[in-house]
Design a protein around this ligand. Structure first.
Ligand code: AMP
Length: 303
């Protein structure tokens, strides 16, 4: 599996990549993570990239392509990989194609994760990460009052908010996505590689959808991508209040149905009774007498 996850900032590429790593045992390659690590280590590349990242712009192609080339040469990618946040523009996509063709290992799937703008900004505002293990959490999907620490790491280190997840930078990052990254939807669509999923809703449901798209039989996939892009929607999980509401609605519906049935039955019975009550009136002697027919006037003879 050589996969690209496409999607705007906040569409869940990172979260879903981590789940695909567990599921398929192939590494996630996130250019954002590689760059953040360089920034944290204070390498010359990191020092150069820092200001660009904090402004919400794209780091130059040469730097990013150099990082990717190095990463793709490592042995753990032999069985496949999940690219998250790369490529970000057409030039990077073309360079990736060249690299993979040289290795004789072209991409096998590109999945676009579709999320409405309002949901993207909400998700980014709630995003928190663990500096130790890199896991991404969201305060909106954590239990109310839960401590903002990583439950996965020893000593439960505190979670932190990425410096580029502030409101002003997010607006810029979304603009950059529209202008430079969205054209990749067409690029991969024309190659017949693109599938698009509705990435709103429950994280588990989206993972199931992704896994389904990535493991669907070759024939089915070929048919579904024939027109360029396939769009798959998750089945929404009905939870808590919504579930109770749906149940109550069904109950009311059943009750109403039963009431209507009983009413109709009663009405039919009443009608039958009423009909039985209305007997034909007894004919009086006068009524029984044959009615004398009026003689028709004979038409006047012509003289
Ligand atoms: P991400 O974690 O993917 O949202 O990336 C965070 C930031 O890293 C982006 O806003 C860019 O500044 C930079 N970055 C990540 N991937 C790329 C890429 N493929 N090309 C250029 N810049 C990138």
């Amino acid at each position: 599996m050589r996969i690209v996850l496409l999607g705007a900032p906040g569409s869940g590429k990172g979260t879903q990549s981590q789940r695909l790593v567990q599921r398929f045992g192939i590494p996630q390659i996130s250019t954002g993570d590689l760059l953040r690590s360089a920034v944290a280590r204070g390498t010359p590349l990191g020092v150069k990239a820092r200001a660009v990242m904090e402004a919400g712009k794209l780091v130059d192609d040469a730097t990013v392509l150099g990082m990717i080339e190095e990463r793709l040469a490592e042995p753990d990618v032999a069985r496949g990989f999940i690219l998250d946040g790369f490529p970000r523009n057409i030039a990077q996509a073309e360079a990736l194609d060249r690299m993979l063709n040289t290795l004789g290992k072209p991409l096998t799937a590109v999945v676009q994760m579709d999320v409405p703008y309002a949901e993207l900004t909400r998700r980014i505002a709630g995003r928190r990460s663990c500096q130790n293990c890199g896991r991404v959490y969201n305060i909106y999907s954590m239990p109310v009052g839960a401590a903002l620490v990583c439950p996965n790491c020893p000593g439960n280190p505190p979670l932190f908010q990425r410096p580029d997840d502030n409101e002003a930078t997010v607006v810029e990052r979304l603009k950059v996505y529209e202008a430079q990254t969205r054209p990749l939807v067409n690029y991969y669509g024309q190659k017949g590689l693109l599938q698009s999923i509705d990435a709103q809703g429950e994280v588990d449901a989206i993972t199931a959808l992704l896994v389904g798209v990535l493991t669907s039989p070759a024939g089915e996939k070929a048919r579904s991508v024939a027109g360029g892009t396939t769009r798959v929607k998750p089945r929404r999980a009905v939870k808590g209040k919504a579930k109770a509401k749906a149940k109550a609605k069904t109950k009311t519906k059943t009750k109403t149905k039963a009431k209507t049935k009983a009413k109709t039955k009663a009405q039919t019975k009443a009608t039958r009774k009423a009909k039985a009550r209305v007997r034909p009136a007894r004919r009086t002697a006068a009524a029984r007498r044959p009615v004398a027919r009026k003689k028709k006037k004979a038409p006047a003879r012509k003289k």
